[in-house]
Design a protein around this ligand. Structure first.
Ligand SMILES: *Cc1c(COP(=O)(O)O)cnc(C)c1O
Length: 462
């Protein structure tokens, strides 16, 4: 991977300007080969953001949208595609099941190839269905079959609440006790990241009693990108199934679910994949399990499409993850997902990741330049980046801790047209997304951050 800091220094030398100058951002935007993709999205104006204070900013400007890790922006074609289906419904009613460019009966199947490319899977290993937590449950029902000897599930100590509850309830459902069966992995004392070596050593030590290892691929709070290949290998060596919640990884980092031999995975599509709140989620089951792992719960959408509508109650279950599908698909959720996946298909995860490493590296560079802790000036506000400093160990998100009260910082940023996200207890998450964010966005963020922090300082003093 190219070192962002070296690149920024080199460009500033060529331009004969300061590395922190706006010219560097403008140069990087000019040379960004995928900058045109921003035009495929609707970028909210500052004036439309409820907390903005228009006396502090020019409200006609686009906001700096750094919260694509929570809800991705709307692709321009989303509305067009939804309107097409509403029109079809109005004009031909039930004939829409089989007519038009998106026959409702198999509409999402056209998208599975595009989705599979993004997660590094074969199309038949991927299904688009339900919501993320539902898919996690359906997968766990088949992969978590505890015995008295092998009943534990490994997960992060600070897993996303939904994942934690899902795992806890799966353990109870099987008659085991979460106190004995949930094995939570923590970072070392004084550290923020969980070291791969520590995860591997827990697996090696406890593996004989572990049924499933279930981690977030990218940790939502810290932004850490786990070494999925090494963890999967360690789990398999101990006879465990290894699954990942890829909510914060899909569309953010390069995934190779198939090549890494991940057993199962699930993800939502409304974060980096921009399908809109509550969008259609994804599920992956590795090909090696396509004839051995069966769904615990079955519905008619798991039946082979060719004979699904013969209605003879003789199940012809599709193999692999497709057999896990239960209900007919919500076409209105398929539309925005299609609009987004088509944009992804204009580029590649490799290309996106290349830009992302530089974009986030640039943000990191500027934050460190302006807001490192200065021992000789203890009153100066500072920022600690808790996300890993190695680009390979993170996605686009940086998680920031401030020396000032986080709520004030967040509020002052929002007033000035920055869309980012605050997480309890004390982190601000900022995610420059390579599909639609620019280097100028990053530069603007840093400028606005300066005035937000001065305002916070004044609040403190008064
Ligand atoms: C966003 C997210 C969820 C949300 O689950 P839904 O079922 O889509 O509401 C769950 N787990 C993780 C790790 C997430 O990042």
């Amino acid at each position: 991977m190219e070192n962002p800091q070296e690149k920024i220094t080199k460009i500033s030398q060529e331009l004969r300007c300061n590395p922190t100058s706006l010219s560097v951002a403008e140069y990087l935007d000019q040379h960004d080969e995928i900058k045109h993709l921003r035009q495929d999205f609707l970028i909210p104006k500052i004036s439309e953001l409820p907390p903005s204070d228009l006396s502090l900013v020019d409200g006609s400007e686009d906001c700096v949208y750094f919260v694509g890790n929570s809800l991705g922006l709307q692709p321009k074609n989303a509305k067009k595609y939804i309107d097409e289906e509403l029109d079809k419904w109005a004009k031909m009613g039930s004939h829409g099941h089989l007519e038009g460019s998106r026959p409702w009966v198999w509409a999402e199947e056209n998208l599975e190839d595009l989705m599979a490319k993004i997660v590094g899977a074969k199309p038949e290993e991927v299904a688009l269905m339900n919501g993320l937590t539902v898919n996690l449950h359906l997968l766990m029902l088949s992969f978590y079959k505890p015995t008295p000897k092998r009943h534990k599930i490994i997960l992060e100590d600070r897993a996303f609440p939904s994942d934690h509850y899902a795992v806890e309830s799966q353990i109870r459902l099987r008659g085991f006790n979460p106190d004995d069966s949930m094995l939570l992995i923590k970072p070392r004392e004084g550290e923020e990241m969980i070291r791969t070596e520590d995860i591997v050593s827990v697996i090696e030590r406890e593996g004989d009693s572990v049924a499933v290892v279930m981690l977030g691929a990218v940790q939502y709070y810290t932004g850490q990108f786990f070494n999925m290949e090494a963890i999967t290998k360690a789990g398999h060596a101990k006879g465990c199934f290894v699954g990942f919640d890829c909510a914060h990884a899909v569309g953010n980092v390069e995934l190779r679910l198939h090549d890494w031999n991940v057993d199962f995975a699930c993800w939502c599509t409304y974060k980096y994949v921009n399908s809109g709140a509550g969008g259609l989620a994804g599920a992956f089951i590795h090909q090696t399990h396509s004839h051995t792992v069966r769904p615990a719960l079955v519905g008619w959408w798991g039946h082979d499409l060719k004979t699904r509508f013969q209605m003879n109650n003789e199940l012809e279950l599709q193999s692999g993850v497709n057999g896990f599908r239960l209900s007919n698909q919500p076409i209105l959720l398929v539309c925005p997902l299609q609009a987004s996946l088509e944009i992804f298909n204009k580029t590649s995860m490799k290309e996106l990741r290349k830009k992302s490493v530089l974009l986030t590296g640039y943000l990191e560079y500027l934050i460190k330049h302006y807001y490192s802790k200065d021992e000789s000036n203890p009153d100066k506000p500072f920022i600690k980046i808790i996300s890993p400093s190695e680009p390979e160990e993170r996605g686009c998100q940086l998680s920031l801790c401030f020396s000032l009260p986080i709520r004030d910082v967040f509020k002052e940023l929002e007033k000035r047209g920055i869309a980012c996200d605050m997480r309890e207890p004390d982190v601000l998450r900022v995610a420059p997304v390579p599909l639609y964010n620019t280097f100028t966005d990053v530069h603007r963020f840093i400028t606005v951050l300066g005035s937000a922090l001065s305002a916070c300082n004044k609040l403190q003093e008064s």
